[in-house]
Design a protein around this ligand. Structure first.
Ligand code: ATP
Ligand code: MG
Length: 429
């Protein structure tokens, strides 16, 4: 129903007839002239209706209240006073979707709305410039992720999200009734990506939904999350970090290049980087001393994470060689120092955006790791059993798409980075 997007209409099209489709962003009646700003996802075009020349069109256009969906055919005409130096003289405008009710928020941003009001009407909120820019950054980051991993020879898989057991051994699971059986929503694709490698797929990646029934309500956690995962055979933690580094650097490069305008609108800066330094957990702990003391063997709280970039002098970096006790049971301990394991986190602008590790592929070592943590190996029997048929050594990681988008776009609240966020209280829309 359109020949062009609003963002494509410029003075090179002077004299040409175009068809646009979108929403009434604003109207202005100057007596003899009526302006309609038509907005689509790419931008805004000014439709100029001269009442004397096209009285019927002007009469008709009176009914187009803000946010009406319209289609328009008209001639592109140069006008120095118009935004972008061109306007459209319509020969025809039709109402495509009528506004039946009061629009719950101001899409032009002249009257700002609270986040809850916006999320209650998220499908209208997404018409606003900033949310749509955030969603574009997110999409670009995900496609850069996919692009790089395919280039690195990884195969895309789609793991199940209804599972019968916990993979992390945690209590943060949503229960579902699966016909006669009890089941859960997956809290990570962990088991299945590992099984894909046991199945000989060698190196895999996935963009998949996971569910965490964490009751806390923070600005960095959601209960439904999109994870961007990779798992690679015959490699260790360093090898997995190499792949994550390449992938992350590619994401930064592509986002900074392709989403320049969006980042400008969001007042966020994404600098392409050349290298991601690797600091040990012990080193980071030491650097934090005095600023934010963390006891050895504990995870870094979010406040500590925020202090790291200035203390370490890096915007993005890995934290390596974690205390075994804070990481998932399947993280591979160092042979010569089993108190530490081959796990890592990727930090970006003061927030954990990814976790990974070399996994334990030896079933006996897995049973031992479960016992050390006070977990019952019988509860994990099907997981452990998968490694009894010639399992390859392997390592992998997971990036949270919303967390990554948050840091790329400079958002303070993770809810801004999910299409329809699910948090402790929100299940609608
Ligand atoms: P955190 O300690 O920050 O709560 P986590 O260590 O429990 O996160 P992982 O199990 O390591 O999370 O998951 C891998 C990645 O998925 C995280 O680095 C993060 O980017 C993302 N992620 C995990 N849980 C959530 C959540 N509840 N909401 C949003 N993103 C999440
Ligand atoms: Mg983590």
């Amino acid at each position: 129903m359109r020949t062009h997007y609003a963002g494509q209409v410029d003075d090179k099209l002077d004299g040409k007839t175009v068809k646009l489709a979108g929403w009434v962003h604003e109207t202005r009646d100057l007596g003899g002239i009526l302006f309609i700003l038509l907005r689509d996802r790419t931008g805004i075009s000014q439709l100029t209706i001269k009442k004397k020349e096209t009285p019927e069109l002007a009469e008709n256009a009176k009914h187009f209240v803000k946010e009406t969906a319209i289609m328009c055919e008209g001639k592109v005409t140069k006008n120095k006073q118009a935004p972008k130096g061109v306007e459209i003289h319509p020969t025809n405008i039709t109402m495509a979707g009528k506004v039946y009710k009061k629009v719950p928020l101001d899409v032009t941003d002249k009257v700002p709305a609270e986040i809850d009001t916006r999320l209650d009407a998220r499908f209208i909120d997404l018409r606003r410039a900033k949310p749509s820019a955030i969603m574009r950054v997110r999409a670009t980051a995900q496609s850069a992720f996919r692009e790089k991993l395919m280039e690195l020879g990884c195969q895309e898989i789609n793991p199940p999200t209804i599972v019968s057991t916990a993979t992390e051994g945690g209590a943060d699971l949503f229960h579902v009734q699966y016909f006669e059986k009890d089941a859960f929503l997956a809290q990570s694709p962990q088991l299945y990506k590992q099984l894909a490698l046991v199945g000989g797929m060698d190196r895999v990646f996935m963009i998949t939904t996971i569910f965490r029934a964490e009751k806390h309500n923070t600005t960095t956690h959601l209960n439904e999350v999109t994870q961007m995962d990779a798992e690679i055979s015959f490699t260790d933690d360093e090898g997995a970090m190499d792949v994550l580094e390449k992938t992350f650097l590619h994401i930064l490069e592509v986002v900074s290049k392709e989403r320049k305008e969006d980042l400008k609108l969001l007042e966020s800066e994404v600098k392409p980087l050349k290298k991601i330094k690797r600091f040990t957990y012990d080193h980071v702990l030491e650097k934090l001393k005095g600023e934010y003391d963390v006891e050895w063997g504990h995870d870094f709280p979010k406040e500590a994470e925020q202090k790291m970039p200035s203390l370490l002098g890096e915007e993005a970096f890995f934290i390596t060689k974690w205390p075994t006790q804070v990481r998932a049971f399947y993280s591979m301990p160092f042979e010569d120092e089993p108190k530490k394991c081959r796990a890592f986190d990727l930090m970006y602008k003061g927030l954990e955006i990814s976790s990974g590790a070399q996994r334990i592929h030896d079933p006996e070592l897995l049973v031992k790791a479960l016992k050390t943590r006070g977990l019952n190996p019988e509860d994990f029997e099907s997981y452990v059993d998968a490694f009894r048929y010639g399992a390859p050594p392997h390592a992998g990681w997971s990036i949270g798409s919303e967390r990554l988008t948050m840091q790329l776009t400079g958002q303070k609240n993770i809810r801004e980075c999910a299409l329809f966020p699910r948090d402790r209280h929100r299940l609608l829309p």
